[in-house]
Design a protein around this ligand. Structure first.
Ligand SMILES: Nc1ncnc2c1ncn2[C@@H]1O[C@H](COP(=O)(O)OP(=O)(O)O)[C@@H](O)[C@H]1O
Ligand SMILES: [Mg+2]
Length: 283
């Protein structure tokens, strides 16, 4: 009967049986799915991340802010073993990313769902097939030659329904609007049954209304499934409206880290202090 605490969202969930002893908030808080301490990443001898600390707890949506070049993408890449870590510790879903055992990198990457600015779908393949490719990245990857099982197909359809585009299942991905494509990408990430979701500028290519709805969807996934979502954004109001916490980088250093409810545009302004005017390419 005992449920694993990390599988539960941070908010109270009605599905939790009343006969169970609730997991104390204090215990939940000792189990971050991502824990980064003193992270340093250097390219060409130059630190692009310099002493970053980050925890991601089940059920929370954390916005990552910072000017272009501040290190947001590098921080995300560090979590999946794609950046040259020169100091500090990085733990993700039980893996020590700085000291992975043989074969563990693949497992780690299968446990981290990723969403990108350009969606990264396979344009000519159907929406359904794009979602199913998420199963290929999942733990215990299926045999490609054998095709996808009916259980996989059922699950992919359920996920498409959840993100609101089941009616597009057979359409080629390229025929969908940007907002719809990003929903497919989110369904694909969920198909992996991820422990954590990293979304690098997921709404930078969408108009504001769609941006709101995609961020709402990500936050709903965090809350309902207990999957922490780290989302980098460059629009302050979006971060303030759609996150539980905000972490802000400037030149690779953590300048801001706090509850969104305690922050406002003025508190975040220093992140963009020395950004050159008219030189913001939003990447
Ligand atoms: N593969 C790389 N080789 C050399 N420098 C890099 C590489 N990736 C990122 N950088 C540098 O690291 C800094 C942070 O980049 P990035 O993480 O992409 O920032 P952001 O996502 O916040 O725009 C930038 O100065 C960038 O030029
Ligand atoms: Mg980036």
């Amino acid at each position: 009967m005992t449920r694993v605490a990390v599988a539960e969202g941070a908010s109270s969930r009605s599905a939790l049986s009343t006969t169970e002893t609730p997991t104390p908030a204090s215990l939940r808080q000792t189990l971050p799915l991502v824990s980064v301490r003193g992270l340093e990443v250097a390219y060409d001898g130059q630190n692009v991340l310099d002493g970053v600390d980050l925890d991601l707890f089940p059920g929370e949506m954390v916005a990552l802010l910072g000017a272009s070049g501040s290190g947001k993408s590098t921080l995300m890449r560090s979590l999946t073993g794609f950046a040259p870590i020169s100091a500090g510790s990085v733990r993700v879903a039980g893996h020590d990313v700085t000291n992975l055992r043989r074969g563990e990198l693949r497992t780690l990457r299968s446990e981290v769902g990723q969403v990108f600015q350009q969606f990264n779908l396979i344009p000519r393949l159907s929406v359904m097939t794009n979602v199913l490719t998420g199963a290929l990245r999942g733990a215990g990857a299926i045999n490609v030659a054998g095709g996808f099982s009916s259980a996989h197909r059922r699950r992919a359809l359920e996920l498409l329904d959840r993100v609101g585009i089941a009616h597009k299942a057979t359409a080629p991905a390229r025929s969908l609007s940007g907002g719809q494509q990003q929903r497919v990408a989110i369904a694909r990430a969920l198909m992996q049954q991820p422990q954590v979701i990293l979304a690098d500028e997921p709404v930078a290519s969408l108009d504001p209304k769609l941006a709101d709805s995609v961020l709402e969807l990500l936050r709903e996934i965090a809350t309902e499934d207990g999957i922490p979502v780290l989302v980098s954004l460059h629009v302050l109001p979006l971060a303030l409206a759609h996150s539980d916490r905000i972490v802000g980088l400037r030149h690779g250093e953590m300048l801001v880290s706090g509850a969104t409810s305690q922050l406002d545009a003025a508190a975040l302004a220093p992140l963009y202090d020395d950004e050159e005017h008219g030189d913001d390419d939003h990447h």
